[in-house]
Design a protein around this ligand. Structure first.
Ligand SMILES: Nc1ncnc2c1ncn2[C@@H]1O[C@H](COP(=O)(O)OP(=O)(O)OP(=O)(O)O)[C@@H](O)[C@H]1O
Ligand SMILES: [Mg+2]
Length: 233
């Protein structure tokens, strides 16, 4: 199995504040990693570093298995402003297509096909003409997952995909992600405060605090003192 991503000794900072120091982990093709840790520990910052939206201060991020940075799908952590985005579902999904060139502002046929496929895979055909801002939180996350899917066949970065969703809608979204992961062989890096969901679905867990507190398989995490404390039933 080839590694899809290898992060070595990663350090990131804002101006003078260092938020991540010496973080290392790797993931194989088609695996699901969950990143857990307290508010402000640097989880979102790290996803932005992987996506190429923020510079690294030190260390390295290498991709394998034919993945390039352009081929990563990213679902950002939600803010109130983004929830008011004034566009219809179809346009929001289509805006995730990062590859194809545009002619006179028109999307290529292949981009439109990708968006159509993503809408189908996430089961949101029935709302594809609705304004994004009129949807429920669960529907919006599904749309943003379809948007992220347009950009990738190999790696999805998901920043708190189920935060704010009720248990049933969360479970449905997890099942959709699991289907993309298992049948589509798309690796997943998910940041979450939902430890029960992380443990249920992930192959590996990265727990960050002031540094890496744990990195290993989900089984190893559950057997560790830290895992027992956070995921213990
Ligand atoms: N744009 C920014 N400029 C300066 N500092 C920032 C910026 N974004 C985040 N930080 C700081 O970096 C640290 C890590 O933030 P980050 O958003 O990565 O944490 P997080 O682990 O995702 O937290 P949460 O669980 O609350 O989403 C925090 O101390 C935060 O205040
Ligand atoms: Mg965050």
């Amino acid at each position: 199995m080839e590694k899809i991503i290898e992060v070595k000794n990663l350090t990131m900072s804002y101006e003078r504040e260092e938020v991540l120091h010496g973080v290392s982990f790797s993931l194989d093709e088609g695996e699901w990693l969950s990143i857990v840790g307290e508010n402000g520990s640097g989880k979102t910052t790290m996803l932005k570093g992987i996506a190429g939206l923020l510079p690294l201060k030190g260390g390295s991020i290498d991709f394998g298995g034919g993945l390039t940075r352009k081929g990563i799908g990213y679902l950002p952590q939600q803010t109130a402003v983004q929830r008011d985005f004034p566009a219809c579902v179809h346009e929001v999904v289509l805006s995730g297509c990062t590859g194809g060139a545009r002619l006179l502002g028109m999307r290529s046929r292949s981009d439109r096909q990708r968006a159509h496929d993503a809408i189908h895979k996430l089961g949101i055909e029935h709302i594809h003409h609705r304004p994004y801002c009129d949807l429920s939180g669960g529907q919006q996350q599904r749309v943003l997952l379809a948007r992220a899917l347009c950009a990738t066949e190999k790696l999805l970065l998901l920043d708190e995909p189920v935060t704010g969703l009720d248990p049933i809608v969360s479970a449905e979204l997890y099942e959709s992600i699991a289907k993309l992961n298992k049948t589509g062989n798309i690796a997943v890096i998910m940041v979450s405060h939902d430890i029960a969901g992380a443990v249920k679905y992930s192959d590996k867990i990265l727990h960050i605090g002031s540094g890496v507190e744990f990195f290993g398989t989900t089984e190893e995490y559950l057997a560790s003192d830290l895992g027992k404390r956070f995921a213990g039933k």
